[in-house]
Write a protein that binds this ligand. Structure first.
Ligand SMILES: NC(=O)c1ccc[n+]([C@@H]2O[C@H](COP(=O)([O-])OP(=O)(O)OC[C@H]3O[C@@H](n4cnc5c(N)ncnc54)[C@H](OP(=O)(O)O)[C@@H]3O)[C@@H](O)[C@H]2O)c1
Length: 259
């Protein structure tokens, strides 16, 4: 893809299911990737497990999106030690609390998810753009979900399984507003802002066979996504192949939402 080689990217939640694939995809395109995790040791360990083809492009980074002061400090440190990133992949999301039953949800369940996914990523985006010189282009990609644009069909979740919760749909919808606002706010200075609305991604540790069958039968392609398929869309939006795309919310869901 055009315009990726030689750039610096920051990927939040880089050691998670999608973060791993996004990080590898960017590193394979010769991007230096700041591999952000709340725990530096976790990022270092993950990097040490990658093939030498990628590992030299990866830099571990400790970043907690719920700590406002640390976000500012981290961006200042990156600028001093590595250079200014021109790609931000706002991928991290909080899983804690997602299994809380509907009738037990509290303010805190909404607020904590919103802090990580929306407020924390907003601050990352602002600090990144504040460090750019006026003639430097940048690309920000938020990870949202198809549940930002459609309801959650409770019937695909079998008994004993927690359906995707209401606060997740609400927060992922907020990301669409954030994406369009920032795209308009920074467009004239060459910063593109887009979102990927991912459909369900296959994970052998998170999903039962029954759920996978139920979910797959709701997609046009008859299967869940692979992490690499979501990573390809992220890399495309980050690259210069998408140089005239901003404020876009790109659905990558195998047709789940298109019937
Ligand atoms: N998986 C899917 O099917 C799917 C579908 C649609 C959309 N998405 C979206 O795609 C993104 C990635 O999903 P995923 O399934 O790969 O998630 P994941 O495996 O749970 O990874 C998310 C990562 O976020 C990081 N994180 C959590 N709290 C944080 C905090 N306070 N500060 C900094 N980082 C924090 C965690 O990394 P550390 O523990 O290393 O800090 C975690 O590994 C999310 O935004 C998700 O909503 C996923």
């Amino acid at each position: 893809m055009k315009g990726l080689s030689g750039r610096i990217a920051l990927v939040t939640g880089a050691t998670g299911l999608l973060g791993c694939a996004i990080t590898r995809r960017l590193a394979a395109a010769n991007v230096t990737v700041l591999v952000a995790s709340r725990h530096a040791e976790k990022a270092k360990k993950w990097i040490s497990e990658q093939s030498s083809e990628y590992a030299s492009k990866l830099i571990p980074l400790e970043l907690n999106l719920t700590n406002e002061n640390s976000i500012k400090f981290v961006f200042e440190k990156i600028a001093r030690k590595v250079g200014t990133p021109t790609i931000l992949v706002a991928n991290a999301s909080l899983r804690d609390g997602l299994a809380t039953p509907f009738n037990k949800l509290t303010y805190s369940n909404f607020n904590r998810l919103c802090e990580v996914d929306v407020a924390g990523h907003f601050l990352c985006a602002r600090y990144l753009v504040e460090q750019l010189s006026s003639d430097t282009r940048a690309s920000i990609v938020f990870l949202s979900s198809i549940y930002s644009i459609m309801g959650v069909d409770q019937s695909i979740y079998h008994s004993g399984m927690s359906p995707t919760p209401v606060q997740y749909a609400a927060v992922k919808s907020a990301i669409l507003g954030l994406t369009r606002y920032l795209a308009a706010f920074w467009g004239r200075r060459g910063v593109r802002v887009n979102a990927v609305l991912a459909g369900g991604v296959r994970s052998v540790t998170r999903q039962s066979d029954e759920f996978v069958r139920n979910y797959a039968s709701r997609t046009m392609l008859g299967r869940m996504a692979t992490p690499e398929e979501i990573a390809s869309a992220v890399a495309f939006l980050a690259s210069d192949d998408a140089s005239y795309i901003t404020g876009e919310c790109l659905v990558v869901d195998g047709g789940f939402s298109a019937w």
